[in-house]
Ligand binder design. Structure first.
Ligand code: UDP
Ligand code: MN
Length: 240
């Protein structure tokens, strides 16, 4: 049997949330042997989100874990950290084997990505399109090995990769039970990877030696919430 991909998505309530989750959910419906772990940044699960999950008819786990209020006051809050941490905890308590991937709700995924990450033996890495000033964040590969990172924001990170640019074999979560994400915007990936990558030779370069883009860091323009509830419905702003 093929390994199950555990696809972890942090999500939060805003005007475009249902649109994002519908699009992502319908992408994931086309992927065999996938379990969606959707974690809301909220004190409890939203029933409307639960309804969407049941309609999609794919295996899922619906969790909620709110960002601690102290972090909300920061100029750049660590987005999605509390919810991703909750997913790590759930996987460690319930799952022994499979492949873990962190897929945000607003990214765009080529279905070929799932074929690439499914056979991740330890850690796999691959390019992410539309990240930063270079419009791509990608491992640099030499002789089939990952030797560095092409990323417009190195920030002295050892692993200058985007959240969508790596997958992990779940055995590593058990091997390193304390590996987690720190609450520091921009350094979440590096903090987690530094814990589990003991030897850079273990990194598997995917997507044709990291020459293909199979996932994009797209971002959706926010619609102000007020516009969703017009105070009055005006029939004839323009006449024909
Ligand atoms: N997110 C969240 N809580 C927040 C802000 C974001 O759970 O307060 C989620 C969001 O739904 C997404 C991920 O965290 O899946 C990354 O957030 P976002 O896409 O806003 O960050 P960006 O991609 O712009 O860095
Ligand atoms: Mn995003």
């Amino acid at each position: 049997s093929i390994p199950v991909i555990y696809f972890v998505t942090p999500t939060y309530a805003r005007s475009v949330q249902m649109a994002e989750l519908t699009r992502l959910g319908q992408t994931l419906s086309s992927v065999p042997s996938l379990h969606w772990i959707l974690v809301e940044d909220a004190p409890r699960c939203n029933p409307a989100v639960g309804q969407l999950l049941r309609r999609l008819a794919i295996p899922f786990t619906h969790l909620a874990s709110a960002m601690p209020s102290a972090y909300k006051k920061l100029k750049i809050p660590p987005r999605g950290v509390s919810n991703r941490r909750a997913a790590l905890q759930w996987i460690r308590s319930n799952i022994k084997q499979g492949v873990l991937y962190f897929g945000d709700d607003d990214n765009s995924y080529d279905l070929r990505l799932f074929d690439e990450i499914r056979d991740t033996r330890n850690i796999s890495m691959f390019p992410v399109g539309l990240v930063g000033e270079y419009a791509v964040s990608a491992p640099v590969v030499h002789d089939g090995k990952v030797v560095g990172f092409y990323d417009s924001w190195p920030a002295r990170r050892r692993f200058a990769v985007d959240m969508a640019g790596f997958a992990v074999n779940i055995k590593l979560l058990h091997q390193f039970p304390n590996a987690t994400f720190i609450y520091k915007a921009g350094f979440e990936e590096d903090s987690f990877l530094q814990e589990i990558v003991t030897d850079a030779n273990f990194i598997e370069a995917k997507a044709a030696n990291c020459t293909q883009i199979l996932v994009w860091h797209t971002r959706t323009v926010q619609v102000p919430m007020a516009m969703l509830q017009p105070p009055t419905l005006r029939i004839a702003d323009t006449s024909i």
